[in-house]
Design a protein around this ligand. Structure first.
Ligand SMILES: NC(=O)C1=CN([C@@H]2O[C@H](COP(=O)(O)OP(=O)(O)OC[C@H]3O[C@@H](n4cnc5c(N)ncnc54)[C@H](OP(=O)(O)O)[C@@H]3O)[C@@H](O)[C@H]2O)C=CC1
Ligand SMILES: O=C(CO)COP(=O)(O)O
Length: 492
């Protein structure tokens, strides 16, 4: 997708599917930024009420611009829009996509703001939409973050993430939703963003239950921190980027949902902790409680991938198996004692011991950096010659985020896949992540590097590392081969 093709006439248009609090808070912000907004709801009485009163019953004190159009006709909401946004609760995403499908044009940008994982398929919600619409030309964007509708509807400062595998589409949505009070970041880890959005709601239920039982801030902080560890563990197992979990949609959304009075999940948990049944709690909250919807998939994913998720499992026992919340918390506290630091992997232990040994025996250590996507014989030549300069070769492998953020480059293989390929090359002894341009000075000292090696296309650019005591060598590239060239040839 080329961003320039997307430059729109003066009026930018969006169709919003869902007139709940979140869809309406965003509708208000966009209409106030002069976008042409059409809101679809499945419920005629909701459309009738919003078009006549310009007030949403769940957002008292907030007035909505009269320019917003309301309709029960999904064709009207989907036709001729720059963006179509899904803002219905997770359980209605599939049926809403089915209704919208006949009216979705090729190359359409579709944004999902609902948070959840489908129960039977374990699909995230952009995956559900993709599955139903079944059209390769579409651009599916997850827009997510710590964003309570009640605050956005009042114009309070908020940050959010636009996540898409296609950088141009992510940037388009970033621009479209940026406003004087909303700051939008991009990310390409769509799965990680959506897993965070779904799982944090379950942890917020736990935080609410703890509050309802009368426990204090210490317990809540422990649940937030250990909850994040569970989210990260599952995310890591299914290939999400670790960095996402410390970002806005991970730690950020977890903090806001576990602490805000506005959180529906937190409120429902509180009521359950006080003794209400889950059904009574959901009824009293009166809005969607997505943590409860996400539980079946989260439990199944934890079991399928054999990931230890004690908080998620405990919430499931309380919500779906009728376990008494107090007994559940006691059981959680009485589990086997553990270390906070995960056990180092066999690889880490091995590499550490090799590094220690090579330090003692005075072996010569060499380091090089790069992306090494679509590994080819030019890469192998460079690695072989680098290894010949010493005894132990370290490769600083550019992470996906580093490539995305600093080089606007999307790799064919993920960091983990590229790492595995490099680790199976006989010349490579250790692969470390390259996350920033300026880490090289630190690496030279941390890894006791004697020689720094790069291809001669970088000639002169790293001579400053000599100040750190490393010899700097630029090796000639193998002229006829490069990843860029492979991609170009395959596209012919
Ligand atoms: N609220 C927030 O602060 C945020 C919410 N989100 C996410 O956005 C999604 C929507 O949440 P939110 O707006 O809060 O939800 P609400 O509970 O406020 O609204 C849900 C809306 O869906 C309507 N609805 C009922 N039946 C159907 C149906 N068959 N098909 C389509 N829609 C139906 C509801 O109508 P009725 O009320 O009459 O049942 C209501 O208008 C959720 O996944 C949530 O996690 C994300 C970020 C922030
Ligand atoms: O996702 C949200 C805030 O980012 C809303 O959370 P609740 O659904 O718990 O209100």
């Amino acid at each position: 997708m080329k961003e320039e093709n997307r430059d729109m006439p003066d009026k930018q248009r969006i169709g919003i599917l869902g007139a709940g609090t979140w869809g309406m808070a965003l509708a208000r912000m966009l209409a106030n930024c002069d976008k042409e907004v059409t809101v679809w709801s499945a419920l005629p009485q909701e459309v009738e009420q919003l078009s006549t009163t310009h007030i949403h019953p769940k957002l008292p004190g907030v007035d909505f611009p009269e320019t917003i159009r309301y309709t029960t006709d999904i064709e009207e909401a989907c036709t001729n829009q720059n963006i179509i946004m899904f803002a219905v609760p997770s359980v209605f995403v599939r049926s809403t996509a089915e209704k919208a499908k006949p009216y979705i044009k090729d190359n359409q940008i579709i944004v999902d703001v609902a948070k959840g994982i489908e129960a039977d398929t374990f699909m995230t919600l952009t995956e559900v939409i993709e599955d139903v619409l079944d059209n390769d030309t579409l651009h599916l964007v997850a827009l997510s973050g710590p964003t309570h509708a009640e605050e956005v509807a009042r114009g309070l400062p908020t940050a959010i993430v636009s996540a898409c595998k296609n950088l141009d589409a992510a940037k388009y949505v970033q621009k479209f939703f940026s406003s004087p009070f909303m700051r939008v970041y991009t990310n390409n880890d769509v799965k990680g963003i959506e897993i965070c959005g779904a799982l944090k709601n379950i942890i917020a239920l736990a935080a609410g239950i703890s509050g309802g039982l009368g426990y204090g801030d210490n317990a809540r902080a422990a649940l937030i921190t250990r909850g994040l560890a569970e989210m990260e563990r599952l995310g890591g197992r299914i290939g999400c980027t670790p960095h996402t979990f410390s970002g806005l949609t991970g730690m950020g959304d977890l903090i806001v949902t576990c602490t805000s009075e506005f959180s529906r999940n937190n409120q429902a948990g509180h009521l359950i902790g006080e003794g209400k049944t889950p059904a009574e709690a959901v009824k009293e909250v009166g809005m969607v409680v997505e943590g409860i919807n996400a539980l079946p998939a989260a439990v199944q994913l934890a079991e399928t991938y054999k990931v230890d998720m004690p908080i998620v499992m405990t919430v499931n026992k309380i919500v779906n198996e009728g376990l008494n919340p107090k007994d559940a918390v006691n059981a959680l506290l009485q589990r086997d004692l553990k270390s906070e630091t995960p056990l180092p992997s066999i690889n880490d232990v091995f590499e550490e011991s090799v590094l220690r040994k090579t330090r003692k025996s005075g072996m010569k250590r060499v380091i090089t950096y790069g992306t090494f996507d679509l590994l080819h014989y030019g890469h192998i030549n460079l690695l072989r010659r680098a290894k010949e300069l010493g005894d132990y070769l370290i490769v600083g492998l550019s992470t996906d985020e580093f490539n995305w953020n600093e080089k606007q480059k999307k790799c064919y293989f993920t960091y983990e896949q590229r790492k595995q390929l490099l680790e199976s090359v006989r010349y490579v002894d250790l692969v470390i992540p390259e996350c920033a341009w300026d880490q090289k000075r630190k690496d030279v000292h941390e890894y006791h590097v004697d020689t720094f090696v790069m291809g001669d296309d970088w000639k002169g650019q790293f001579d400053f590392l000599e100040e750190e005591g490393a010899e700097v060598v630029y090796l000639p590239r193998t002229p006829e081969i490069s990843t860029t060239r492979i991609k170009k040839d395959l596209n012919k």
